[in-house]
Design a protein around this ligand. Structure first.
Ligand code: HQG
Length: 179
């Protein structure tokens, strides 16, 4: 991804996950917006996008952050939302025995007391492998990887979901399930 594409990806993450109202668009409950509406709204905000550019950024996104609807007309972020208007109906899924959460060492003390909380996002994000979790944790500081007893949680009634790009989601993780 070149610099221009990374900038567009960040812009799309911002408006499609967090603050659609900043450019005057609304997302439906499943997080979708018409690509043509997005382009027009972005133009009013001084951001020049076009359909090809958007499709390129979506295709090149390392984490597959975005999806295009089957008819090619709409776009959404597949996970990571904080916007309250969005409530994607993820299908509950049985997780593997262990999932991983990458965080920074400075958060450990609080996590040991409160467990993992979703904060401003709708879900706690969990990774399928330790390598991915390290990269996630590094964004916040000195990384540390927590092992989560996901299957045990699932067996005790906690719901797990997996977004289209493989990220596992759950509402919160109580301390007892964190190794
Ligand atoms: C921490 C990226 C103190 C939590 C990644 C994390 C991911 C607590 C931070 C996705 C806590 C929230 C999400 C507690 C949790 N006390 N700190 N009780 N409970 N935390 O960015 O998981 O590149 O909202 O450990 O790849 O880091 O944006 O969540 O460190 O999939 O596509 O609070 O974002 O994807 O930080 O990352 P975030 P995250 P994208």
């Amino acid at each position: 991804m070149n610099k221009q594409h990374t900038e567009i990806s960040k812009f799309l993450s911002f408006v499609l996950r967090h603050k659609p109202e900043v450019i005057g668009i609304t997302l439906d409950r499943e997080g979708w917006v018409d690509i043509s509406i997005l382009i027009a709204a972005a133009a009013n905000d001084g951001k020049q996008l076009d359909p090809d550019l958007i499709l390129t950024v979506v295709a090149d996104s390392d984490k597959k952050r975005f999806a295009i609807s089957a008819d090619g007309l709409r776009i959404r972020a597949v996970q990571g939302h904080s916007a309250e208007s969005v409530d994607i109906e993820f299908v509950a899924k049985r997780p593997p025995k262990l999932l991983y959460h990458g965080t920074a060492t400075r958060f450990l003390e609080s996590i040991q007391v409160k467990g993992l909380l979703s904060g401003s996002r709708q879900y706690v994000h969990l990774s399928q492998d330790e390598q991915t979790a390290i990269a996630v944790g590094q964004r916040h500081g000195k990384p540390v990887v927590l092992k989560i007893e996901a299957l045990l949680m699932h067996e005790q009634g906690f719901k797990f979901f997996q977004s289209e790009n493989g990220v596992w989601l759950t509402e919160a993780v109580p301390v007892t399930f964190i190794q």
